[in-house]
Design a protein around this ligand. Structure first.
Ligand code: MOS
Length: 715
């Protein structure tokens, strides 16, 4: 058997992508589906209230228009009902145009379908809507008195935990940090927008949805429940996805509306959200206010730890991000407290965005740890090492495989951490104040039920099939490697087919579970196939051989009860802050990660670097701003919602420690999709403090927040 797993091989779908032959959802054309019609979504221009009157006459008379759908003529749809059998809301119904009530700005009030996209968009301006506006609540900071405790966080994670007696231990601690950190609304905003090409068959009795989705099974379930159809009559096709980052775990208005229109018109209809619509129709990461309290002895030993996160949630689609939950496994301290609270507002439902929980949570906690190190005059790495737990400090179970200390030591060594300016604001390089910062990374390792099938023909070529998706991460490549190694075939004799509802079911790509889950299901399928081949004396019959493989969800796997399983890492960043303007520039960055075995060192490194760049965005750039009069996101485009660009990103490197987590699964693999986002922003925030002596606790750290605290430059 040739070792293929881990090799830094190129993407098997790379040539298709760079030559334009990888077909995305919006791009299927006549040969496949016939000439489609184009739908354009009309969004509400109030944030709360109802439609008093809607007149579609002018729009219906416009050139090329085939249909204007509103709440007056939309079909009856399923209503969202909480489903305890699914841990995330993406599998439940999402009706559109189902009532005149408006719950958030931009909510669809009509879909205009026309022969061309331009006609549909032009006619969308001719839909006349009168609203009865009601006062709405859009300001998070003004509504903290409304905060309530959810029953659980997403995936059933506990809302509150307490160990020991936090209050007395904190009161008696020799050194204390008690700070509040705030993080803004953020969006996933992948390159490919949310789109669906809906194709009806047999008079709309059956539907094919070419859709940009991270989870095929969730798309199918949501469509079936919303359109009140048998799921077997719905085909999902999603072979290529142009990024997701959480925004495509669910399908949204584009898919529901395209399918409703296609069914009614008995013709293919495609709908793509505009970039601006994505800011109003797809869930955002909630803004947050996080209080972190750390109590320590003079020697740096933590005696009391508390992390309390308050965030926005839409009570109709309650979704609570586990912002403090990672702390339950991160540092040792005998007295501990974590808490999550939700503030209801009249905005679209919040959803998963890139490492939900850890990403904003570690910005706060790892900044606070840096504040504690400074208060103790300790090295931040040594402070963390001194609080390394030997067992999971809240669950009292062993770690499956941790290596956080190793990540920190290796990173410190490679980065040259010993050259860190000991005193904040003490190092100058020409006009730049220079600082170093570090932070720990931690991300949970979820496991979900996943199936895969493998078939080998008499010609010795194998085909792997799963409804798993490749959202740009490299799924095709890693599954080809796993199947090739397990079957003892060269990679070019293995073809991986993904993203179709007719294939065995998975939870797709999300929550950093996709690679670990699907690779283990494929491995099992290959083992079952090899067993069949052995039984057949090594011969493959003319009709070929086929086998399925399956892994169970975490709740059915005792290792998830008996061990604390996460992936870990450490970030190191160097920034320069302009002594006059306070312009903040990342100068270099290094991440060292431990996530069990790595399936492909090239795609893994790309993904880890991508995650670190998200961390740069969270620290320095990203912020979606709400108009407090309407609940609209005012900077809803990529010119004003800033993300890091090439000029913002200097030398960045990501290193993975070779490993194998034998408790995680048979391949020893854990997820890396989101690990490197976690803590990345805090390492930059800490570097800004080290450069300037100014601590900004309101993210993103922009120059106007640093400038008032900066000592005047010597002239
Ligand atoms: Mo992720 S935010 O579960 O795609």
């Amino acid at each position: 058997m040739t070792a293929m797993i881990g090799k830094p091989v190129n993407r098997v779908d790379g040539p298709l992508k760079v030559s334009g032959q990888a077909t995305y959802a919006y791009e299927h054309w006549e040969n496949d589906v016939g000439q489609p019609l184009y739908g354009f979504i009309v969004g509400a221009t109030i944030g709360n209230g109802r439609i008093a009157r809607i007149d579609t006459t002018r729009a219906e008379r416009a050139a090329g228009v085939q249909l204007v759908m509103t709440h007056l003529n939309a079909p009856v749809q399923g209503i969202p009902t909480p489903d305890p059998s699914v841990p995330l809301p993406y599998w439940v119904a999402k009706p559109e145009l189902s009532s005149p009530d408006i719950h958030h700005y931009g909510q669809p009030v009509a879909l205009v379908v026309a022969t061309t996209f331009e006609q549909a968009r032009a006619a969308s301006n001719l839909v006349d809507v009168e609203y009865t506006a009601e006062p709405g609540h859009y300001e998070f900071a003004a509504r903290h008195d409304q905060a309530y405790a959810p029953k659980t966080l997403v995936m059933g994670i506990a809302t509150d935990t307490a160990v020991g007696d936090f209050d007395s231990a904190f009161a008696g601690a020799e050194v204390k940090i008690d700070q509040r950190f705030t993080t803004p609304y953020e969006f996933s905003q992948p390159m490919e927008p949310n789109v669906c090409l809906a194709v009806p068959h047999r008079d709309g009795e059956e539907l094919t949805a070419y859709v940009s989705t991270q989870i095929v099974s969730a798309a199918r379930a949501r469509i079936a429940k919303t359109l009140l159809m048998d799921p077997q009559r719905i085909d999902i096709v999603a072979p290529y996805i142009g990024g997701g980052f959480g925004s495509k775990l669910a399908v949204h208005a584009e898919t529901i509306l395209a399918l409703l229109a296609a069914r009614q018109l008995k013709q293919p209809v495609k709908v793509a959200m505009t970039r601006q619509q994505i800011f109003q129709l797809v869930g955002m990461r909630t803004t947050s206010s996080q209080r972190v309290r750390l109590g320590a002895e003079r020697d740096g030993r933590l005696v009391a730890l508390a992390h309390e996160a308050t965030m926005y949630a839409n009570p109709q689609e309650e979704w609570a991000e586990p912002m403090a939950a990672f702390l339950r496994s991160l540092y040792a301290a005998p007295n501990r407290l974590t808490r999550h609270r939700l503030v209801p507002l009249d905005l679209q439902g919040n959803e998963d965005v890139r490492a939900p929980g850890e990403a904003p949570g570690l910005l706060a906690l790892e900044s606070a740890m840096d504040e504690l190190a400074h208060a103790l005059a300790m090295d931040p790495v040594e402070l963390r090492i001194g609080n390394e737990p030997t067992r999971d400090p809240e669950r009292d179970v062993p770690f499956s495989d941790r290596r956080l200390v190793e990540c920190m030591r290796e990173g410190a060594h490679r980065f040259g951490w010993e050259g860190r300016p000991a005193r904040p604001g003490s190092r100058r390089d020409a006009r730049w104040l220079v600082g170093y910062g570090m932070a720990a990374a931690s991300r949970g390792h979820p496991q979900a039920p996943t199936k895969a099938r493998v078939r080998i023909g008499a010609d010795g070529n194998a085909v792997v099939q799963s409804d798993m998706t490749d959202i740009g991460t490299g799924t095709y490549t890693i599954l080809t490697q796993v199947a090739a190694e397990c079957l003892g075939l060269p990679m070019d004799r293995v073809r991986v087919e993904l993203g179709r509802s007719e294939f065995p079911t998975s939870w797709g790509s999300g929550g950093s579970w996709g690679a670990a889950n699907s690779s283990n299901a494929v491995r099992r399928a290959c083992e079952a196939l090899c067993e069949k081949q052995r039984t057949a004396d090594g011969r493959i019959p003319a009709e070929g051989l086929e086998a399925e493989g399956e892994i169970v969800g975490a709740s059915d796997d005792p290792n998830f009860t008996n061990y604390s399983m996460s992936s870990y890492g450490a970030h190191f960043a160097e920034v320069g802050v302009d002594i006059d303007t306070c312009e903040i520039r990342l100068r270099r960055m290094l991440g060292v990660f431990a996530a069990g075995r790595i399936l492909n060192h090239k795609t893994a490194r790309s993904q880890l670097i991508g995650g670190m760049i998200w961390g740069v965005g969270a620290a320095l750039h990203e912020e979606a701003v709400i108009d407090s009069r309407s609940g609209a996101f005012v900077n809803r485009d990529l010119a004003e919602y800033l993300v890091p660009v090439h000029a913002d990103i200097p030398e960045i490197d990501a290193i993975v420690l070779d490993g194998f987590d034998d408790k995680a699964n048979a391949l020893g693999v854990k997820g890396i999709g989101e690990l490197s986002i976690c803590g990345a922003g805090a390492s930059i925030a800490n570097a800004v403090f080290n450069a300037t002596g100014v601590r900004v606790r309101d993210f993103p750290i922009t120059l106007d927040k640093v400038l008032p605290g900066l000592p005047l430059a010597e002239v």
